[in-house]
Design a protein around this ligand. Structure first.
Ligand code: ADP
Length: 209
């Protein structure tokens, strides 16, 4: 099964993708994580990726395509995968169509105010990469694996408003694109993690039957 998860920045795509990947035995491919890993590991892709992330601008397609290509050649994608953060533009959606048949596109929708509050009060674990609400941290450490946590450099109000604007302008056209193809399923993302995941399971169990 191949899935795309669409939704505004901070709507919980990463958190839900991890849960979906585990339950349906799929590889979780997050282009945001690929980019942050490239920055952390000083991988030379010819541009300063961090400069794009910090202002909430999309990274050029050539760079994303290169990182995605490398990731897609790994063993674990054989059983299918969930794409989190890709495609983000119609150009990327057309490119994806040329090499992948999608089974379902999940749209995780949430309100601006709700997600602004969520992203300004969250941290990321440096070990297991879980996204955590600050209230869950124990002495600033991850409650799941005990590693140190950090704030994403783009999780501030100014960058968030740019990320949201980019989403509305460039990514929302994908909603109609996939609706027309008959593979779009919407999920209300204004709720708790398990509540949202329950709704996703109902949809995906229907796809796998
Ligand atoms: P969010 O969806 O919460 O914004 P992501 O981790 O998916 O978080 O993305 C963070 C940033 O990575 C984006 O703001 C953008 O700069 C870059 N990025 C991620 N995916 C893509 C993509 N498909 N194309 C271009 N840039 C991307």
């Amino acid at each position: 099964m191949n899935i795309v998860l669409l939704g505004p920045p901070g709507s919980g795509k990463g958190t839900q993708s991890k849960k979906i990947a585990e339950r349906y035995n799929l590889a979780h491919i997050s282009t945001g994580d690929l980019l942050r890993d490239a920055v952390a590991n000083n991988i030379d892709v010819g541009i300063d990726i961090k400069a794009y992330l910090d202002v909430g601008k999309l990274v050029p397609d050539e760079v994303i395509s290169k990182l995605l290509q490398i990731r897609l050649s790994a063993e674990d994608v054989r059983n299918g995968y969930i794409l989190d953060g890709y495609p983000r533009t119609l150009a990327q959606a057309y490119l994806l169509e040329s090499f992948l048949r999608l089974d379902v596109v999940l749209l995780l929708d949430a309100d601006y105010k709700y997600i602004l509050n969520r992203i300004t009060t969250r941290s990321v674990c440096s070990g297991c990469k879980a996204t955590l609400s600050d209230s869950q941290l124990i002495n600033n450490l991850c409650p799941i694996c005990g590693s140190t946590t950090f704030k994403r450099s783009d999780d501030n109000e100014q960058t968030f408003s740019k990320r949201f604007q980019v989403y509305e302008e460039l990514t929302t056209p994908l909603i109609d694109f996939y609706k027309t193809k008959g593979i779009l399923k919407s999920v209300d993302g204004n709720g708790g993690v398990e509540e949202i995941f329950d709704k996703i399971k109902v949809i995906l169990d229907g796809v796998t039957k």
